[in-house]
Design a binder for this molecule. Structure first.
Ligand SMILES: Nc1ncnc2c1ncn2[C@@H]1O[C@H](COP(=O)(O)OP(=O)(O)O)[C@@H](O)[C@H]1O
Ligand SMILES: [Mg+2]
Length: 252
């Protein structure tokens, strides 16, 4: 479990997270939803230790409070992040990009080939996301959705305790989203890893996640079981767009 207590965070002049208190359960998939600019990416940054809250605390089971260099180092070792912009190396193959997920387990200047055990893990990760046939393609020859899936494989190969994803399915085909959602759920069931995914599509979030955290202007608008994030709860958090449209049409 990850516990946030009264977390506030500024970026530039702007307070983007405002007094957030939240428990993220272990072994579950939590989706963070909300409009653009509400602070979703900033929340993930705080969870992976790349952004430091101005006040409040974040405590991770098995690590402790993320307030010391040693705890942050241990937390990062156990965490993998799928970045919004893929953060892949274009001139390398899909296979080599996935192997880079394990870069911290090998000397950066090692002239030796990757050990067979790591290569098998990389092939397995690409297979799970349905891209084994593209293993040797350079990443700059892949589509946006394929790149995103390589980013997912690179995160999964780390067998992390905590998987964070920033809109990991944004440019993936709807039919593949379901498949990747199932792959993730299987991994969660097998390994007990904790997953936090930022998603802008509510439908996808409801399909994949056990829990929903909805952010509204840096605060929590909803935090609960995804089954309880029904249209009424969504309308309460985001406002009822349909109703407003109808009112405008009646006005006309
Ligand atoms: N590096 C930055 N410096 C200053 N402000 C930033 C920076 N990054 C993001 N912001 C601002 O913080 C707010 C939250 O951003 P972000 O967490 O990226 O939102 P989201 O992911 O929900 O779209 C936005 O108003 C954004 O403009
Ligand atoms: Mg974002």
């Amino acid at each position: 479990m990850i516990e946030l207590q009264h977390v506030s965070l500024r970026r530039g002049q702007h307070e983007v997270l405002k007094d957030i208190s939240l428990n993220i359960p272990a072994g579950r998939i939590t989706a963070v939803v909300g409009r653009s600019g509400v602070g979703k990416t900033s929340l993930l940054g705080a969870l992976n230790g790349l952004l430091t809250p101005g006040s409040g605390s974040i405590t991770v089971d098995g690590v402790g409070a993320l307030d010391s260099t040693e705890n942050l180092r241990r937390h990062r070792q156990r965490t993998a992040t799928i970045f919004q912009n893929h953060a892949l190396i274009d001139r390398l193959s899909a296979f080599d990009n996935v192997l880079l997920g394990l870069a911290d387990q090998r000397h950066p200047l090692s002239p030796l080939p990757w050990p067979e055990k790591f290569r098998q893990l990389a092939a397995g990760a690409l297979d799970r996301i349905g891209l084994l046939h593209r293993a040797h393609a350079r990443v700059d020859c892949l589509s946006g959705g394929e790149k995103q899936r390589v980013g997912v494989a690179r995160a999964l190969i780390r067998q992390p305790s905590l998987l964070l994803g920033d809109e990991p399915f944004a440019s993936v085909d709807p039919s593949l989203i379901r498949q990747m959602g199932n792959t993730l759920r299987e991994q969660v069931a097998d390994s007990g890893m904790t997953v936090v995914l930022v998603m802008h599509q509510i439908d996808t979030a409801l399909n994949i996640a056990d829990r929903i955290v909805a952010l509204v202007d840096g605060r929590i608008g909803f935090n609960g079981d995804s089954r309880d994030f029904d249209p009424a709860a969504q309308a309460e958090v985001f406002g009822n767009v349909d109703e407003r449209t109808q009112t405008c049409m009646t006005d006309l």
